[in-house]
Each structure stands twice: as C-alpha cells, then as structure tokens.
Design a protein around this ligand. Sequence first.
Ligand SMILES: *Cc1c(COP(=O)(O)O)cnc(C)c1O
Length: 451
Amino acid sequence: MSKIRYERPVIKKLETGMPNKFGTRMDYEPVTHIDGHSVAKLVKEYGSPLFVISEKIIRSTIKKAKRAFETLYPKVQFAWSYKTNYLNAICSIFHQEGSWAEVVSGFEYDKAIGMGIDGRKIIFNGPDKSEKDLTKAIKNDSLIHIDHLDELYTITELAELLQKRPRVAIRVNMDTGVYPIWDRFGFNYENGQAWDALNKIMHSGKMELVGLHCHIGTFMLSPHAYGVAATKLAELALSVEHKFKHEIKYIDLGGGFASKNTLKGSYLPGADTSPSFNDFAEAISTALLNSNFQKDKLPLLILETGRALIDEAGYLLGTVISNKRSSTGRRNTILDIGVNILFTSFWYDHKITPAQSFTQYTEDTCVYGPLCMNIDVIRESTSLPLLNKGEHVVIHSVGAYNMTQWMQFITLRPNILLIDMDEKLHVIRTEESLANMNSMENIPEHLRKIN
Ligand SMILES: *Cc1c(COP(=O)(O)O)cnc(C)c1O
C-alpha cells in the first residue's frame, strides 16, 4: 500500500461562482490512463503539452452517428468537415469510414485531392473560391456549393471556357427559429434570394444543379431547427422539380450538431444537455419523409458534421508549472497549456482532470496558461484539488478546431499522438522546432550583421 500524501489543511473562502443544483463539487476520479496508456509515461516520452487522439473513440462515434441516421432515412452520406480537424491521419480515418470530404478553401481542396479522394466526392463550400480553385473543382467534377452571385457568374463563365457542366448546389440561409440568423453565407430563403439564384442557374443551362445546402449554425442545441431547415430545403427542391422538371439529387444539412462540451455560462454540463445523434436524426428524417417527395425520389441526405464527431476523441495532456495566490487570495494554477493551443477555451468550460490520485480537499481555482499575456486563461473558475508543480492534468474534448485554429505564438506547437485500435502509438504530427520556423524566414543581406 502506498503512503497517503500529507497535505496541509486549508481555510476555504467561499467564492460565488456559477451555481448549479450540484453545487461546485468536483465529482470525478483522476484520469491516469488514456486507452491503456499512462498519462505520466506519455508525457515523459512525447513531451508536455501533448495532444492525444483516440482512434477507437473516433470510429465508434462516426459509427453511432451513421447508425442513428441510416435507421431513420434510406440514403445518408457523411462528408468530413476538414476545417474541424484536417490532420491527414484523422481525415484518413473518416474516409475509411466512408465519409466524403467537405472543404472551404483551395488549401483544403488540395489537401483532400492529396489524400487521394475522388474529386466527385469533394464538397467545396465557403465564400472564397478563386478562379483557379473553381477550375480545378470543375475539371474534377466536384460538388461546388455556390455562396454568392459573383461566384455564380464566375462559374457560368468558366463552364463556357472549359466546355464542362459544373455540378453545383447553392447554400441557403434561413430563419430556423435560432437567433441570430447566420445570413452572411449563401442566399436567403425568406426574401427570395435563394429562389432567384436557382432560377438563374436553371435558365442559364450551363450548370448541373444537383443539390441544396445549408449550414444553419454551430454548436446547435436545437434538433427542431434542423427539422425547419430540412422542410424549407425540401420545399425549394420540389419547386425546382415542379417548374423545371428537374430532380434535385441531394439535400445537405451541413454541420453544427453540438458536441458534449460545456458552453461558457451554461447552467448544466454539456454531457447532460447536448442532444444525441438520434435526436437530430429524428428531426431531420421526419421533416424529409413528411415533405412531398415521391417515395422513389427521396433525395440523398448529406451531413457535414464536424465537432460532434471528433471533440470527445481528443485530449490535451499538460503539466503544472506553479501555484500561486491572487491578490484576493484565490488559488491560481499555471499549466503549460495555453490558449495558443487550446483555442476552444475561449467558448468552452473544458473539463480538466488531474492525472494522478488526489486528496479530498478541493478549492476554487483559476487555471492559467504559460503565455506572458493576460488573456491566457484556460478556466476562470473550477473546483480542483491541489495540483503540485510537475503533476499532470488531462483536458477533455479538445478534438475539434484546436488542431486547426491553434497558433504559433510565444511557444512552439506540440506533438500530436494517435492511439490506434490496437492501442499502438503513432506521432501523427511532429512538434515544431526553431528550425521549422526559421526555414520560412529570410534575413536581407544588409541585416545579417548585428554588430
Ligand atoms: C464548419 C462547417 C461545418 C462543420 O461544423 P461543425 O460545427 O464542426 O459540425 C460543416 N459545414 C460547413 C459549411 C462549415 O462551415
């Protein structure tokens, strides 16, 4: 039996944080292992901080999502949202599970092609598609989702020039009862812009109108909103069919399903409040099945789910640098994990667990990162046991957006480790070095000599 660690008694000041009916109790166990590997050992071997991604969790999550939709609707296709996490190894897992690629820039488009994805299985979204990007996408028969009229006109010209019939859809924005409306992307449904764009496409005769797309928001907690969106897109599709005798092949409802993270200021943890894939599948499939499509003419349902498929598979491991008291007496713990690599800490209250056993005393703690910047706060207030210098923590549900939105600032970005289905370890992105950074810079001749 190991000796119980002595910890000096503390007098606790009551802090008025965000209350909920469970109080501010810390009710979890330490997380000492991830998929069979000791956190302390991983950090020792691969450095701290360290991103760890579980292939098991990714595969079980996408399978769960597919099952939820395929049970309720006959034709379903997922397309992996590259911007959510475009590490090549991660994209490969989703592609192996049958997902197409959903990209929003020329860079992401080239990445998908580089991964070996069939051009016809790439969905090209976003407001910024250059003529060069569009030319590539047209030649590869990719699915181009038109964002604005200028793009529509460019595609019309390119179709003529290349003597090809581009496969297009339009992005539609609309009122789904969730505010503010995301109306900066695509064409509005209620004011007739979307119908106008569809008429322009159909009358030009230069493009193949294959689908209708929307992406109504992000971290959406309302399945009902997706039902409204599906109903509105179905109406548009049926109007096109009625007027032009032209069948719309797919309806793409975008991404935005909430993950199990907890939004800042939420009363209850996200694990208890985020709808399940079944809830979203029920709302969407009901709307499509209840619309006026004939039985043999149901459109393919495409989903571009990002965060809800990857967030829980990602962990960020780190080490305590120091503990100190603020001027008001609050305990501050400084970690080697900063907002530069944990971008999502700006909108989530990420769950932080110690990676070793701890004593029963908890205290309201502000968790800071290592940057010499006032904004570098990981959690303003969370109940934690005492974490000593050199001990480790695990930050949960960091798989979405952190490994794409992170920035190289003050420090270098760390290793990313994948634990595969057999619990074997793979570094899927190597930590940055000073040499990496310097390789992109040039010092003009006259500045080379400092003395
Ligand atoms: C970002 C984005 C997604 C993925 O959104 P999540 O909130 O991560 O599910 C899907 N489609 C489009 C067009 C996007 O911009």
